[in-house]
Design a protein around this ligand. Structure first.
Ligand SMILES: O=P(O)(O)OC[C@H]1O[C@@H](O)[C@H](O)[C@@H](O)[C@@H]1O
Length: 244
């Protein structure tokens, strides 16, 4: 009925790209940030930040991890700085906060749309008595859930603020999903992870969760499987289809 193995009693949903269309907004804000950083550093001949860079180094990871991983891929090291660095600081956190200014602006301008299929799935999961948590690396998780009117479904939230506060390792480490399962009082074997990011399905596999659903929003079904998805869907509503 809900497309999950019988042992599953809880759902751990990633947010951006799984429940809401905000993954695209993150990707755009990162591209603008990194392209202007690289242009300033290397001049007009700079090598652009690509969708592949986003998928491989940034998507799904906490803000500062994304900056550090991408810059490392280009052989660039910046001082770490601190999370409250101003957006113009030439530090890992400064670059991340530059992106956050752009992200908040675009969220404000365009709003946040939940995927209709995901809302249907949340309704079905709640009706089936499953416990529900949102596990997102985004420090804007609470705001995005509120704006999208999804907070009412969520019994526990592990977001970028909690990850930093509790010193959890970011995805692809399983820590944030393990914290989500713990907050719901379930064993990982009884929880399903829903993820659109390669780092996220990897975290699901690393935590030995009962089921990992890859949500294919960026034409990367094969990579999602290779990184740990047990099943890949284009939309969560596909899981509700009668397969008998
Ligand atoms: O910068 P934020 O809002 O804390 O988000 C951190 C990360 O959160 C993830 O959900 C996104 O997939 C990433 O693109 C983003 O970088």
């Amino acid at each position: 009925m809900i497309g999950l193995p019988d042992a599953i009693t809880a759902c751990l949903f990633d947010l951006d790209g799984v429940l809401t269309g905000t993954a695209v907004l993150h990707r755009e804000a990162w591209k603008q940030t990194f392209d202007s950083f690289l242009r300033q550093r290397d001049g007009e001949g700079f090598r652009e930040f690509t969708d592949r860079d986003y998928a491989e180094y940034v998507d799904g990871r906490p803000r500062a991890d994304g900056v550090r991983e991408f810059l490392r891929s280009r052989g660039i090291t910046l001082p770490e700085g601190t999370p409250d660095d101003p957006p113009d600081a030439e530090t890992v956190n400064g670059v991340g906060n530059r992106k956050n200014v752009l992200l908040l602006k675009v969220i404000d301008e365009r709003g946040v749309d939940p995927y209709p299929g995901s809302v249907r799935y949340l309704d079905a999961a709640r009706d089936a008595g499953l416990k529900i948590a949102v596990v997102t690396s985004s420090a804007n998780g609470e705001q995005v859930l509120d704006v999208a009117d999804l907070s009412k479904y969520v019994q526990a939230r592990v977001d970028g603020v909690v990850i930093r506060r509790d010193g959890l390792r970011g995805k692809p480490a399983p820590d944030s999903f393990l914290a989500g399962a713990k907050a719901l009082g379930v064993e990982p074997a009884n929880a399903a992870v829903f993820e659109d990011a390669l780092s996220g399905v990897q975290a699901g596999r690393a935590g030995a969760f009962g089921y990992v659903v890859g949500v294919n929003r960026a034409d990367q079904a094969e990579q999602l499987r290779a990184h740990g998805a047990d099943v890949v869907v284009d939309d969560l509503a596909e899981l509700l289809e009668d397969r008998s």
